[in-house]
Structures are given as C-alpha cells and as structure tokens.
Design a protein around this ligand. Structure first.
Ligand SMILES: [Zn+2]
Length: 53
C-alpha cells in the first residue's frame, strides 16, 4: 500500500512514528514516557522518523 499524496503521507507518518521503543524489551511506549511500561527500564529510544515505501 502506498500513499501518493505527500501531504497525507506526512500526516500518516507523524501519527505512526510518534512513539518510543524500549531498548531492553522492544515494547512501544508513549512519546512522553520516560520509562518502559513493561519492564520499567529507562533505556528508551525514539522510533526512527522515516517512512519506508
Ligand atoms: Zn521495556
């Protein structure tokens, strides 16, 4: 599935990629979170801000 409209794609990417990933267990966490909900690790990273087509 590809989105051809660049504006729509940007909106979609903004919503899909706005979260953090736990480096310890790989769980998704909110962008505002400081620690993992599952394993309580503070080792979080932002999801890479890019969309693959
Ligand atoms: Zn975790």
């Amino acid at each position: 599935m590809t989105i051809t409209d660049p504006i729509k794609r940007e909106i979609a990417a903004r919503h899909l990629l706005r979260y953090k990933i736990c480096r310890n267990c790989g769980a998704k966490a909110a962008i505002t979170a400081t620690k993992c909900r599952r394993c309580h690790s503070k080792n979080l990273r932002l999801k890479k801000q890019e969309l693959r087509r």
